[in-house]
Design a protein around this ligand. Structure first.
Ligand code: SF4
Length: 314
């Protein structure tokens, strides 16, 4: 099974003025949108091109989960959602959909629709939550609070839909203690999957300007520091959300350190460049991480999917 990203041309209420303008301070959707995902192409065509693209890289993939990743993929009237997701599921090689969205972009009607789909195919709704701390969410102009995220996760899980959450580690103002402590809050959510992503600062984002004006608000960890933080989180994470037994996590961490901090981040692609400069946004397969790494290295946990992206040394 291979995850295959498409861009259905949705926008975001934190950009178009309904919730806010300017978006989350860290946001640059181009940073994670593959080149074949262009909203001027139909969803059906993007899927065909994506399958062709992945066929060469992952020859064993037989079926696909279509990943609606860019922007807020439930931010449209229900009729449009039915058309878009129906188009994706019409391809016989598509086994299901993964829907990335904001917690404030779902309601009962939308979740009932996904629950209806989930009776015949795989459906996961993945929420960008980013932090459990309201002061952090305000600082990055997220436009919703943590309680909003909790309600969305609970309403989704209550319908039997797989539900995931994304968090960013290293947002300004958060200490290692805060990031580790929020694991208890995450554990209390009825999640199927969780993804942690290191903070990346991209060119021309409000966060880049903030970082230049107030560098003291940001802390960039060395590889060993980041691994220590992340292993602390993994140790506290609910058992069914962690991909590895604990000894395996520790073992890979040691092995990775011994290899001078080189990690492969195959699922995201990762970025390559000067660890202390601003990175280009296009993924190119790997990055070299020696010394302090402001825009870092990948560390993801996602249970249930093909998701052991972390600590894969090469
Ligand atoms: S990160 Fe998501 S919610 Fe925030 S501005 Fe970007 S698309 Fe909108």
């Amino acid at each position: 099974m291979q995850k295959l990203a498409v861009n259905a041309g949705f926008t975001c209420p934190n950009r178009d003025g309904r919730v806010g303008t300017g978006g989350c301070t860290f946001c640059n959707n181009e940073a994670f949108t593959p080149s074949y995902c262009q909203p001027f192409k139909s969803v059906a065509r993007q899927i065909e091109e994506g399958i062709e693209f992945h066929r060469n890289r992952y020859r064993r993939a037989e079926r696909y989960l279509v990943y609606f990743q860019s922007f807020s993929n439930t931010y449209a009237p229900l009729e449009r959602l039915r058309a878009v997701y129906g188009e994706a599921l019409a391809n016989p090689l598509v086994a299901g959909v993964v829907v990335g969205t904001r917690p404030d972009c779902v309601d009962d009607a939308v979740l009932d629709y996904f629950a209806e789909l989930a009776r015949t195919c795989y459906v996961a709704v993945e929420y960008g939550i980013e932090s459990c701390y309201d002061e952090t969410l305000r600082a990055v102009n997220r436009g919703h609070d943590f309680d909003c995220a909790r309600r969305a996760v609970e309403a989704t899980a209550a319908r039997g839909i797989h539900v995931g959450a994304h968090f960013i580690l290293g947002l300004p103002g958060e200490t290692d203690g805060m990031m580790t402590a929020q694991t208890e809050t995450i554990n209390a959510l009825p999640l199927t999957t969780v993804k942690f992503h290191q903070l990346q600062i991209f060119r021309d984002t409000p966060m880049e300007a903030d970082w230049k004006a107030h560098p003291e608000r940001y802390r960039f960890r060395t590889l060993d520091e980041y691994m220590e933080l992340f292993i602390g989180i993994l140790r506290r994470l609910r058992a069914d959300l962690g991909p590895y037994p604990q000894r395996t996590v520790d073992g890979h961490a040691r092995k990775t350190s011994a290899r001078n901090g080189r990690l492969a981040v195959p699922a995201l692609g990762g970025v390559e460049g000067d660890a202390c400069g601003l990175l280009p946004v296009l993924p190119c397969g790997r990055m070299d991480m020696r010394g302090p790494v402001p825009f870092g290295y990948g560390a993801f946990v996602s249970a249930g999917m093909s998701a052991a992206f972390i600590w894969r040394a090469f």
